[in-house]
Design a protein around this ligand. Sequence first.
Ligand code: AMP
Length: 389
Amino acid sequence: MFVLVLNAGSSSLKFNLFDMANETSIAEGIAERIGLAEANLACSIAGEKRKEALSLPSHREALQAILDRLHANVLHDTPIHAVGHRVVHGGPKYGDSVLVTNEVLQDIDHFAMYAPLHNPANALGIRTAMAAFPDVPHVAVFDTAFHHHIPDHARTYGIPYEMSQKYGIRRYGFHGTSHAFVAARTAILLCRPLRSLKVITCHIGNGTSICAVGQGKSMDTSMGMTPLQGVIMGTRCGTIDPSVVEMLMEYEHLDYEGITNLLNKKSGLLGISGVSSDFREIELAADGGNDRARLARDLLTYNVRQYIGAYATVLDGVDAITFTAGIGTHSTFVRAKVCSKLGFLGVKLDPEANEHGTGERIISTPDSRVVVTVVPTNEELMIARETVR
Ligand code: AMP
């Protein structure tokens, strides 16, 4: 069975084609700058990489360009059997993946109230793909779904209850497919059933979220109603005192759009360091003696450690801590720094295993009470599996 996984952004369309007979990706890529000058399509098809400049006035042309290349190179006359779509926000309604219907599409439009930057683009991607493939099933896989059952006390904000109810204001959490995937892989690495484990999953990338996974379920997570809350991120501020918003709006003369832009696009690692949102550049600058880059790096690791401490109490113990996403998978420094003050929990990092080795692995010592793992995430495969399910 061939499953096409799509992840549509406002000016981009990421794709991944899976042969689910053996769960392998046979082609992947991204169309960027859709609707803008100098659009391009980068593909890796059957191991061969290429990047082309193309005219892509809308998502429709981008999808067509992707399909042309898939049919010419790998699919030939074989049809695509189903399409899985990443959707960022499922609102209060969706706690599981769902077959897309008109009602589902309207809900995704409606939940743009919580994810104005993402849901409209996701819905556009679905509509475009449904027009191209009217006869195959389309499945929406929500970033929020894994966190749907976190307890009320973990998801309620301290605002008047009626308003929370009226507007659905609460913690939803994100990166759900990633947290679910790496928690399941961690159980396999530990040779234990996931439902018997207490795992803290640390998805540290451009966006960062930490999740307390107990009995295979999300019990709490650091992102909130939107992906702005929690740990500082590449350009997002993470948790701040809400009064800062008021003050900046008044003194910097910012309207709603201005403050949203500042907190989402100009804050976090970029805002603190003044160097970059890219962690590799932060590490270089920090190692070169840049104090603000050091501060940004220290704050990131401090925030991650704070959540691990908090979630050890949420879970009433911890069996495993898992690192994933761009920074979590690749930065030996971040993992070492985060684990350096977790000795009281029984964490003993193996410096050799942390420094060397690649891919999925255990990086704690054999006598560490808490097993520490690195698991590269694979959200696309998870979406393909959900689509098949
Ligand atoms: P993601 O959002 O998961 O793609 O992660 C992107 C982040 O991972 C960026 O901040 C990158 O700088 C960071 N990253 C990627 N590779 C490395 C690496 N080898 N060492 C440190 N950070 C990395």
